[in-house]
Design a protein around this ligand. Sequence first.
Ligand SMILES: CC(=O)N[C@H](C=O)[C@@H](O)[C@H](O)[C@H](O)COP(=O)(O)O
Length: 235
Amino acid sequence: MLNGWDFLVLEHLRHQLIVSCQPVQNGPLDHPEVVAALSLAALAGGARALRIEGLDNLAAVRAVTDVPIIGLIKHDLDDFPVRITPFEEDVDALVAAGADIVAFDATDRPRPVPVSALLARVRRHGKLAMADCSNPADGLAAAALGCDIVGTTLSGYTGNSVAEGPDLDLLRELRNCGRFLIAEGRYHSPAQAAQAIAAGAQAVVVGSAITRPEHITRWFADQIADARFSGGKAL
Ligand SMILES: CC(=O)N[C@H](C=O)[C@@H](O)[C@H](O)[C@H](O)COP(=O)(O)O
């Protein structure tokens, strides 16, 4: 059962845009002050909330805005494939740095700490829990455990290659999961974000298409290269 404040946070996000401000790692934008600036730019454009990775970035963004922040920490672990907020200590640190919502990997993959323990830790802090899922089974399991938010974040990222396009079918399969459903992952155009809402999402997270100019530039460059060589002959 949501408390009054959490209910208000989710109502604030209903059918709204959330922008993930996660610069390309070690790229020219990968600095807390730049993440804070990207966040303010996203809010100026109509984002209702932000998704921020890393404690320094989170603290820098918390210092400039009161909007809801989904916080996460990515680790590259030697022994486990899960990356997003795998440890209870990560939850504590994210809350201390200002996260309102804590996102963690909720896929059915080997992990150092069970999803239930991460959820319990988020609960202990009185914050909202977002389960980053990859398929219907993950989403339904996270919903049954009591995660407040189910996200499609990890669809297409648990196999050997990254899928093309957003997973609208997963939204359709989870639209009745009974939790606040967030579309996330490869929403690269406003039209696709609108399709997510039509497919049952209650909010949409967009990252790369807004805050990773390296990726956006590559999409343009690749399309132009395709046009240059279309039909097998150079223009
Ligand atoms: C798979 C994974 O680690 N996803 C991460 C989760 O926080 C981010 O790298 C993504 O940028 C984010 O999910 C937004 O997605 P997109 O950038 O496609 O709009």
